[in-house]
Design a protein around this ligand. Structure first.
Ligand code: ZN
Length: 419
C-alpha cells in the first residue's frame, strides 16, 4: 500500500517535472459526447495541460506516446455532489464536536485520491467542509501536495437553526448555531452566511432547503427555509458569480428553490408532475442520487433515520424517471461519503438500471455537469480544453459497468493512473 502510494507520488512528481512535455494518447476510439458517437481511432495530443489536437494529420516530434489498445477515451468525469471530508462511519453523529478542522481535512486526502483514480477529475464538494476543510483540500490538490480531482468547495452548508445542515442532538451550548458555520435564520443572516463562505474560499453555495435523511429533525421533505430566505441566498450567490445548490427532498421545497433561482436541486426525491414542470420552465438542474438507494444500509441507521430513508426510496426512482420524461437537465451527483469514496461510477449503473441510456448517463457526468459548474473548459475531448481524460477497456455504450473500472486517468496533462 505504502509502496503503491509512493510510486503514485513519484510518477506525479516526474510528470510535473516534465512540465512542458508533449504527450500523445492513442486509443481505439473516443466518445464524442456532443455528437453522441464514437470516433476511431483516437489520437489526442496533450501540451501544457491542455488538449492541443485530436486526430491530427501530423504528430509532433519527440512526443511521449501512451498506447491504450482496445480502450475508449472519454472526458474526465464530474461529480456534482460529494463530501470528501466526510464518511458515514462509526461515530459519524458526534464527529462535528470531536474532530478538528485538521481531522476533516486530512481525512479528505485518501478520499480525494480514490475519487481521482476512479476517473472523476472535477467534483463539487457540497458542504461538510467544517472549518473550511474542503477549501484546504482544494488548495492542497491545486498546489500539488496531494493527488485529487479539481474541487469546487462549498464551505459550510447553509441551514436554518435545527435544520438538516445544523448540528443537532447535543445539549444547548454545544456548537451553538452561528452564521459563520452556515446556520442562518432570516434574510440578513443568510446574506452574511453566503458572504462569509465566499470570503473564505467557497466556490459554490449549498443551502439546505428542506429536511433530510441523515439528521434528526422532523418530516424528511419539509421545507425549512422560507421563500424569501432562498431568494436572498440565490441572489447573493449569483452576485459573486457563483452557483447555488439546494438540498431538497420534498415537493414544496423543490418548487420553492427553483422559483427562488437556485441552480440545482440536490436529491430531488419527491418531484411531482407539477414540480417537474416548474423545474423545466426555470431551467433548473437536478442532481439525483440513484446508487444511494442501495448503498445506504438502512439497518445500520438509528430507527428514526431508517424510517425516513425507507419512505424516500421508491420516490427517488419515480422522480428520476419523471426527470427523464420531462427532459430536465440531469447533472451527475452521487453523495459519495455516505458510501465509500471512489465508488462514484456505480451511479452510472444505477441510472441505467432505472431507465436511463448509457450515453445520456455519460453526457450527464460530462456535458451537463460542466454546464452546471459553469466550466466550459472541460467535459469534452476537443482542442483547447483541459487535458482531463480517462479510458476504459471496451465500449461503455454497450457495457456501462466498464466505468466502474477506469484504467487510465489524466488530469491537466498529468497521468495519475495507467493500467
Ligand atoms: Zn449530500
Amino acid at each position: 500500500m505504502l509502496m503503491r502510494a509512493s510510486a503514485l507520488i513519484l510518477s506525479q512528481l516526474l510528470a510535473v517535472a516534465a512540465g512542458a512535455e508533449t504527450i500523445v494518447v492513442k486509443a481505439d476510439r473516443y466518445l464524442d459526447v456532443v455528437a453522441g458517437r464514437h470516433v476511431s481511432p483516437a489520437v489526442v495530443v496533450v501540451e501544457g495541460g491542455r488538449i492541443a489536437a485530436v486526430n491530427p494529420a501530423v504528430l509532433p516530434d519527440g512526443a511521449r506516446v501512451v498506447e491504450l489498445p482496445g480502450h475508449t477515451l472519454l472526458p474526465g468525469l464530474m461529480d456534482a455532489h460529494v463530501h470528501l471530508n466526510y464518511e458515514l462511519a462509526e461515530g459519524w453523529e458526534t464527529e462535528p464536536v470531536r474532530f478538528t478542522t485538521g481531522d476533516f481535512a486530512l481525512r479528505g486526502v485518501p478520499n480525494a485520491r480514490q475519487t481521482l483514480l476512479a476517473g472523476f477529475t472535477t467534483v463539487r464538494d457540497v458542504g461538510t467542509g467544517y472549518g473550511f476543510a474542503d477549501v484546504a483540500l482544494m488548495h492542497a490538490i491545486d498546489r500539488g501536495w496531494v493527488p485529487g480531482p479539481r474541487v469546487i468547495p462549498a464551505g459550510h452548508a447553509l441551514s436554518t437553526t435545527g435544520g438538516h445542515c445544523d448540528i443537532t442532538g447535543f445539549a444547548p451550548g454545544i456548537e451553538p448555531p452561528h452564521y459563520l458555520s452556515g446556520v442562518a435564520d432570516g434574510v440578513d443572516a443568510v446574506l452574511k452566511a453566503v458572504r462569509y463562505q465566499v470570503k473564505h474560499g467557497a466556490k459554490v453555495i449549498k443551502i439546505c432547503a428542506t429536511a433530510g435523511v441523515l439528521s434528526f429533525e422532523g418530516p424528511v421533505g419539509a421545507q425549512q427555509y422560507s421563500d424569501a430566505e432562498l431568494r436572498a441566498a440565490a441572489e447573493e450567490t449569483h452576485r459573486h458569480g457563483l452557483r447555488i445548490a439546494a438540498h431538497a427532498h420534498g415537493t414544496e421545497g423543490i418548487i420553492a428553490a427553483s422559483r427562488a433561482g437556485i441552480d440545482s436541486i440536490e436529491h430531488n426525491s419527491i418531484m411531482t408532475e407539477e414540480a417537474a414542470r416548474v423545474l423545466k420552465q426555470n431551467g433548473t438542474f437536478v442532481v439525483p442520487n440513484l446508487y444511494l438507494i442501495e448503498a445506504i444500509d438502512v439497518s445500520t441507521l438509528p430507527p428514526a433515520l431508517a424510517a425516513k430513508q425507507t419512505f424516500l426510496i421508491p420516490r427517488v426512482s419515480e422522480s428520476f424517471r419523471r426527470s427523464l420524461a420531462h427532459g430536465l437537465k440531469v447533472a451527475f451527483g452521487t453523495d459519495a461519503g455516505v458510501f465509500p469514496h471512489g465508488l462514484n461510477a456505480k451511479e452510472f449503473t444505477a441510472r441505467v438500471h432505472y431507465g436511463d441510456t448509457p450515453l445520456h448517463a455519460i453526457r450527464s457526468a460530462t456535458l451537463v455537469t460542466a454546464e452546471l459548474f459553469g466550466t466550459p473548459d472541460r467535459g469534452r475531448i476537443e482542442p483547447g480544453l483541459l487535458a482531463d481524460l480517462i479510458a476504459v477497456a471496451g465500449d461503455p455504450l454497450t457495457d456501462i459497468r466498464l466505468l466502474e473500472d477506469v484504467r487510465f486517468v489524466m488530469k491537466g496533462g498529468v497521468i495519475y493512473k495507467q493500467r
